[in-house]
Design a protein around this ligand. Sequence first.
Ligand SMILES: [Zn+2]
Length: 268
Amino acid sequence: MPELPEVETIKNELSPWVVGQHFNQVNVLDGRLIYQLPVPEFCRRLTGQAIESISRRGKYLIFQLSVAQYLVVHLRMSGALLLNPDKIDPYARASFTFSNGTHLVLNDQRRLGIVWLVENIEPVVGKLGPEPLEDNFTAAVLSQRLSKHHIPIKVALIDQSLIAGIGNMYADEILFAARMHPLRTTDSLSPEEIQHIHNSIRRILRSAIARKGASTDTYVRPGGQLGTAHFDFKVAHRKGKPCPVCGVSVERISLQNRGTYFCPNCQP
Ligand SMILES: [Zn+2]
């Protein structure tokens, strides 16, 4: 699933192609993609509008449009936005043609992605927690948010209302970097441990953005290239392989029906 580093990469790499461009053609192949708006209405409203800017909030891509509206995209499990693909993918759910001739296709194997066209983004992204890479996300802010809950730290890290943008694979990498067992409860953490987690969140996410995201599953960059962040993974998706620090086998447990990977020796 695209997480903060993947969505940030998509934003960065789409921007030069589509910011300032108008939607010339809007083609929706799967109406369930569009949230609470009939497809003809969606196409009519979007056609002719220009993209003023693209931003990211958590795992959401937000296209600010010329007439005070926003196109918001959540790629969920398997969505991908591809620039000028060579062939039409059987999993294509929508395509857009811009005034400069750029063709943008939304592919989505599992068909869980959602697109909103709204005047106000608050109902879509208003409940998200702070952005972990912004200056105002301090260790004190993290501490204050974690201490209110009695839940495993892994569950807290992927709760979008506590912190925005972290998903399953980066949470595992963050906890490995912080040398912390994923089941430690949030209200048991010392100030030093919270500082370690805070440092690890920033370091792991920044490094993954520099590596253009992780292509462990269906994620591809808009130009079709793979990300390389997964080559740095120490535990995520590495069950049974030796921990790169101590050599002990990486374990996998199930937490909220998702695989959680950790080193039992480095993360006691
Ligand atoms: Zn280890």
